[in-house]
Design a protein around this ligand. Structure first.
Ligand SMILES: [Fe+2]
Length: 340
C-alpha cells in the first residue's frame, strides 16, 4: 500500500496523472481501501486541470445540425442497442433517450446501500474518522452542508437534497467501475469526439423522500450556461415514475437548442420555467412521465426541460444517481471538473 501510494505520487510528479489514477484504481478494485479511494478523489480533481484537453474533431456524433429531428417523443431502446449513434439519435433528435436494463439489479441494490451508508456517515460526521463514505478533498471548493446544519428547516431540505459523489470516495470509485462496465467511456468518447469528464457539482447521489416539495421545471443549461457539450445520465435505483410509488421524472423531449424564459408567472424560482410557458411548450413536445425499473437509464443534455414528478400518492423514497458528463475541453471550470 505505502509503495503503491508512493509510486502514484511519483507518477503525478512526472505529470502522468492518468497512469497514477489507473494504478490506484486497479489496486483498489482488487482490495478496497479508504486511503486509495480518498487519494483517487484528490488525484481526479487535480488531474483535469493539470492535463491538456485538445478540442475534439468537428465530427462529434452529436453534431446538432446533422441530427434529423425524429418524432417528438423519447427514444426507448434496450441495453444491447446502446451506442454512440443511438445516444445521439435519442438525445439530439428525440430530446431524450431511455435505455432499459442498462445496469443490473445486483448493482443498483448495491448502490442503494452505498447511498444509505453515505447519508448515515454524513449525519454522524464521520469525515475525520477515515471513512470511505464521508470526505472533503482539499482540492474541492465548498461542500453542500445541509446535513451538518443545526437548522431543522435546512435539514428538512435534505429530503430532496443531494450529496456530491466525490464526497463519498468509495461510491465514486465504484460508480466509475460501473460506468466502464456498461461501456460509457468508449460510447461518450465517440459521442463527444474527445474524452468525457465528470464534475463535482453535477455528479450527485439522491435519496428523495416521497413527501418532498414540488420541484420546478428547468433546463440545466439555464444555470450552467450552454457553451459546451454534455450528456446527463440519470440512473434510478428504485422503481419509480408512472404507476410506481416513488417519484419519477416528467420530461418534455425538447428538440431545439434554446433556453426558455424562466421566472415570471407560476415559476417558484428564478431558474424555473413557469406553468404558462410549459403549457405552451407541451403543444410542441408532449409531456412524458415514464415508468422506470431500477437500472433503466435516462439520457439527455442541458437543453432538456424536466422536473422531478412529485405527487400526493407517493409512499416510497426514490434513490438515483445523476451523472453529467462533459466533453473534457469545454467543461465549465465552476462545475469542478474531475478526470473520468
Ligand atoms: Fe435537472
Amino acid at each position: 500500500m505505502e509503495r503503491t501510494l508512493a509510486l502514484a505520487e511519483q507518477l503525478t510528479a512526472n505529470g502522468q496523472w492518468r497512469e497514477a489514477v489507473d494504478l490506484l484504481a486497479e489496486n483498489n478494485r482488487r482490495h478496497r481501501d479508504t486511503r486509495l479511494e480518498r487519494k483517487l478523489v484528490d488525484f481526479r480533481l487535480q488531474a483535469h486541470s493539470a492535463m491538456d484537453w485538445p478540442q475534439g474533431g468537428a465530427n462529434w456524433a452529436g453534431t446538432w445540425e446533422e441530427a434529423r429531428p425524429g418524432a417528438p417523443e423519447l427514444l426507448v431502446i434496450e441495453a444491447g442497442d446502446f451506442n454512440a449513434q443511438t445516444l445521439a439519435e435519442g438525445v439530439l433528435a428525440h430530446g431524450a433517450l431511455i435505455v432499459r436494463g442498462l445496469v443490473d439489479r445486483a448493482v443498483t441494490d448495491e448502490l442503494i446501500e452505498y447511498i444509505d451508508n453515505t447519508i448515515e456517515a454524513r449525519e454522524r460526521h464521520d469525515e475525520a474518522h477515515d471513512s470511505p463514505w464521508d470526505y472533503t478533498s482539499p482540492f474541492m471548493e465548498g461542500r453542500p452542508n445541509k446535513f451538518a446544519s443545526k437548522d431543522e428547516k435546512k435539514r428538512a431540505k435534505v429530503k430532496k437534497g443531494s450529496i456530491w459523489v466525490p464526497e463519498s470516495p468509495r461510491t465514486m470509485q465504484r460508480l466509475i467501475e460501473v460506468y466502464e462496465s456498461i461501456g460509457l467511456r468508449s460510447i461518450l468518447t465517440e459521442y463527444f469526439a474527445e474524452p468525457p469528464a465528470l464534475s463535482v457539482r453535477k455528479w450527485v447521489l439522491r435519496r428523495i423522500a416521497p413527501d418532498s416539495m414540488e420541484a420546478g421545471w428547468h433546463q440545466d443549461g439555464k444555470f450552467m450556461g450552454t457553451d459546451y457539450n454534455s450528456v446527463n445520465m440519470w440512473l434510478p435505483l428504485t422503481e419509480c415514475g408512472e404507476g410506481a410509488n416513488a417519484a419519477g421524472m416528467e420530461i418534455l423531449p425538447v428538440q431545439s437548442r434554446e433556453i426558455f424564459e424562466t421566472g415570471g408567472e407560476g415559476a417558484a424560482f428564478n431558474w424555473t420555467v413557469g406553468k404558462p410557458v410549459v403549457e405552451e411548450l407541451k403543444k410542441r413536445w408532449p409531456l412524458a412521465h415514464p415508468h422506470f425499473n431500477p437500472g433503466d437509464a435516462l439520457f439527455f443534455d442541458h437543453f432538456n426541460l424536466h422536473r422531478t414528478a412529485f405527487g400526493e400518492h407517493l409512499t416510497e423514497p426514490r434513490y438515483a444517481v445523476e451523472s453529467w458528463f462533459f466533453a473534457s475541453s469545454g467543461i465549465p471550470a465552476k462545475q469542478m471538473p474531475l478526470l473520468f
